[in-house]
Write a protein that binds this ligand. Structure first.
Ligand code: SF4
Length: 324
């Protein structure tokens, strides 16, 4: 499969202390590293699930792809060309990459009707020769809502309806890649599956690549081809979804999977669910950053950071002692 998106060695750093406080703060404490040395790729037609707890850096990574936050190291290539530069330079890229934001209502202008919101991408990108009202009707039908919704305002929508409108907007310009940031957040369990099935069905129909960012491993298990597991800004395990669920190699992944209800008796579930809190990004543990929660931690783990290494042609892990 042709690679659509290639991310290599990405670092994203935020300034957390500004103004006069920055003059007093030690240099190292003015910034936090939200993403460190992250590498992944997404092919056309593929669904990649980027999973991690809150604070793992997955949303920062997603936002860096479309230039909403800058990256300080590494590279992002889309269809073989490096991305980056000014807002103007990023505009063509944003036409080819649709983004579903985490908070759908907050990401939609409250003053515009759904019809205007769906027509907006055609105006922003100055797409000629389109009947924007007809496009809005096409898009609202595509996500399973009737035309009456075109007259409504975002605050009149339920969480599920707002997500559908966000998806319709992300798909408006027929992008090659869609990034969905927590597409099921805030939805009842009963409609989470519905939202993901719709995403999967539209992907199958349009053939775009799909990068789903979520803390919710069970919800993407059945629609993602490959998974990347993030912890404190680093990808600690990557590989085919089925292989990871059958035999997780990183103790963090094993802990996440242990918390998922397993209908398949063949799937290993001998790890206990995760305990303890994710450490602060401002106080990263020494050595392996997962050692404070890992029941296999040794002295070596506490002092030496493991490199990311391949354990199969299509699987990698960042652990000194991968699970067998
Ligand atoms: Fe656990 Fe050590 Fe592996 Fe880190 S390197 S995940 S502490 S076994």
């Amino acid at each position: 499969m042709a690679e659509l998106l290639e991310i290599d060695g990405l670092d994203v750093r935020y300034r957390v202390v500004g103004g006069w406080r920055a003059l007093l703060a030690p240099r190292g404490s003015r910034f936090v590293d939200a993403v460190l040395d992250a590498s992944l790729h997404v092919a056309a037609g593929e669904t990649y699930g980027l999973v991690g707890e809150s604070g793992s850096g997955k949303t920062s990574l997603a936002r860096a792809i479309i230039g909403l936050v800058p990256h300080q190291a590494g590279s992002i290539r889309f269809r073989g060309s490096p991305t980056g530069g000014s807002d103007r330079a990023m505009r063509p890229l944003r036409r080819d990459i649709g983004m579903m934001f985490q908070d759908p209502v907050a990401s939609l202008s409250p003053r515009l009707t759904v019809g205007r919101l769906l027509a907006e991408p055609f105006r922003i990108h100055a797409i000629p020769g389109r009947d924007r009202a007809a496009e809005a009707r096409r898009l609202i039908a595509m996500v399973g809502l009737d035309a009456g919704f075109l007259r409504m305002y975002p605050h009149q929508l339920s969480g599920g309806q707002a997500r559908r409108v966000g998806l319709a907007r992300a798909l408006a310009l027929d992008p090659a890649l869609v990034i969905a940031d927590e597409p099921t957040a805030g939805l009842d369990v009963s409609v989470q599956g519905e939202a993901l099935n719709l995403l999967g069905a539209l992907q199958a129909e349009h053939g775009m690549g799909l990068l789903i960012v979520t803390h919710n491993l069970p919800v993407i298990r059945h629609i993602s081809d490959r998974l990347g597991i993030m912890y404190l800004g680093r990808i600690v395990e990557q590989g085919p979804t089925r292989a990871i669920f059958r035999r997780p190699a990183h103790p963090y992944t094993a802990g996440l999977i242990a918390a998922v209800p397993q209908p398949d008796p063949d799937i290993k579930r001998d790890a206990p669910p995760l305990e303890g809190e994710i450490p602060s990004l401002r106080q990263r543990p020494t050595g392996c950053e997962f050692h404070t929660r890992c029941r296999f931690a040794t002295d070596m783990c506490r002092s030496v950071a493991p490199d990311y290494r391949l354990i199969a042609p299509d699987r990698g892990v960042r652990c000194h002692f991968p699970l067998g």
